[in-house]
Write a new protein. Structure first.
Length: 441
């Protein structure tokens, strides 16, 4: 008999707390959804949707809003309209590493046709293939480009797609448009003027959720995800009964609900919402904290999810985020991390940049990597500081009057070594003995 079980004493539908789950409605985003609706409304009238840019920090409901509104428009096309022929395609630029117009056009072609992505062609040819696919499909075609800032400076497709009709790239019966989604608030401002003027007819900003909104989101999810957890409208509660639970609003309608849970202690949802609101206002982060807290309670065999579980979950999620950031760093950033890790292991940290640079050069020689100058190397130390992987502290004036900084790791050395050794170039490095033979600088 195995240790696996078909059920959990904590969870009822834990998939509701996973990132891929998209709710059917977003009551905290009523205004933003209305703005997006106005951008898509022309499509229902047969003249094509406006190009629209959804921007805001991660976890603010941008992708969920786009998918929900497109589902509503699709339902209108299928059930209420005789003339709206709608095709939609969702493309995650980051997930598919679409860093060029060539890659983006080939992915859009694949989404529209179901064929394999074209390779080995010139960019012009792939763009023509994409537009020809649109001609064959016809009607209104709305392309969602999520994480659109992944395209960086290669903005050719961002100029061509919105102007496809004006430039006769598509036939008269085709109405293509873009919904662009970005977490980078500055990205659009850095586009060339011609792209900026043609790319977006409309723009919708998704501001960070506050603690009250996060509590509403969490309670709606919790009522679906956890056992013995319910949201009941106050007017449906027995008037003679005792209102045991928390009276809350779960949307913007001012309708009050009674939130009751035999699994979540009363302080869990407010705490998780506060932790996330104080950080980034990220609903995705808050939901992840709640799921991890439930998993910890399940793991420990506890009957309830408590504030202690929530705080432990926050620490775990933050650790996972730091580890992921370390894994995705460049070789030069890994070299800076390796040097600081070696000095931490040898007991020399906190340590100034000059000795770290000496160890950095030693490691760079061992893995046959380029050696940066001290000024550029210090940029990578500051990057480690900004990511929470290391901490830099100004201690005294330097020998030539400038500030002197000392650095130390903010993650466990064992974790740093594990991440580095998972990178092929660092697999054979002995971190316990690097600092002993560091060269003088």
């Amino acid at each position: 008999m195995t240790q696996f079980s078909n059920t959990s004493p904590i969870f009822q539908r834990e998939e509701v707390l996973r990132e891929e789950y998209h709710p059917g409605n977003l009551p905290e985003r009523t205004d933003e959804m209305e703005d997006l609706h106005m951008s898509l409304a022309p499509a229902a009238r047969g003249v094509g949707a406006n190009n629209v840019f959804l921007h805001g920090k991660a976890g603010q409901g941008k992708t969920a809003a786009a998918k929900a509104k497109l589902s509503e428009l699709q339902a209108h096309a299928e059930e209420e309209s005789d003339h709206l022929d709608l095709t939609t395609a969702y493309v995650s630029c980051e997930s598919h590493d679409l860093s060029t117009s060539y890659k983006a056009a080939s992915r859009i072609y694949q989404e529209l046709t179901g064929n394999s992505r074209p390779t080995g062609y010139a960019t012009d040819v792939v763009m023509d293939m994409m537009f020809e696919a649109m001609n064959e499909i016809g009607g209104t075609i709305i392309i969602v480009l999520d994480e659109i800032d992944t395209l960086g400076d290669d903005d050719r497709i961002l100029y061509s797609l919105p102007r496809a009709r004006a430039q006769d790239y598509v036939e008269d019966h085709v109405f293509p448009s873009i919904i662009g989604i970005s977490n980078d608030l500055q990205w659009r401002d850095n586009l060339s003027p011609k792209v900026k003027s043609s790319l977006y007819d409309d723009s919708v900003l998704f501001s960070p959720y506050d603690a009250t909104q996060l509590q509403q989101i969490l309670r709606r999810r919790a009522a679906k995800a956890f056992r013995d957890t319910k949201l009941t409208p106050i007017d449906e509660v027995d008037a003679d009964g005792v209102l045991e639970g928390t009276v809350v609003e779960i949307d913007q309608s001012e309708q009050e609900y009674l939130f009751r849970s035999g699994v979540l202690t009363d302080d869990v949802v407010p705490l998780v919402a506060a932790l996330s609101a104080q950080d980034t206002g990220d609903a995705r982060q808050a939901i992840k904290y709640l799921r991890k807290a439930g998993e910890l309670a399940d793991k420990h065999g506890d009957d309830q999810v408590s504030a202690e579980h929530a705080r432990e979950a926050q620490a775990l999620v933050e650790r996972e985020a730091v580890v992921e950031a370390m894994r995705e760093m460049t070789t030069q950033a890994h070299l800076a991390l390796a040097a600081l890790t070696a000095l931490e292991i040898s007991g020399d940290a906190p340590v100034r940049a000059k000795p770290i640079y000496g160890v950095y050069k030693s490691v760079a020689s061992r893995i046959d990597a380029d050696k940066l100058g001290q000024r550029r190397f210090k940029d990578h130390l500051r990057e480690l500081d900004m990511q929470g992987i290391a901490e830099g502290e100004k201690v005294t004036a330097g020998s030539i009057g400038g500030p002197a900084w000392e650095y130390q790791l903010q993650v466990d050395t064992a974790i740093a070594v594990e991440v580095l050794k998972d990178t092929a170039r660092f697999a054979d490095i002995d971190f316990e003995h690097i600092s002993a033979d560091r060269p003088d600088v």
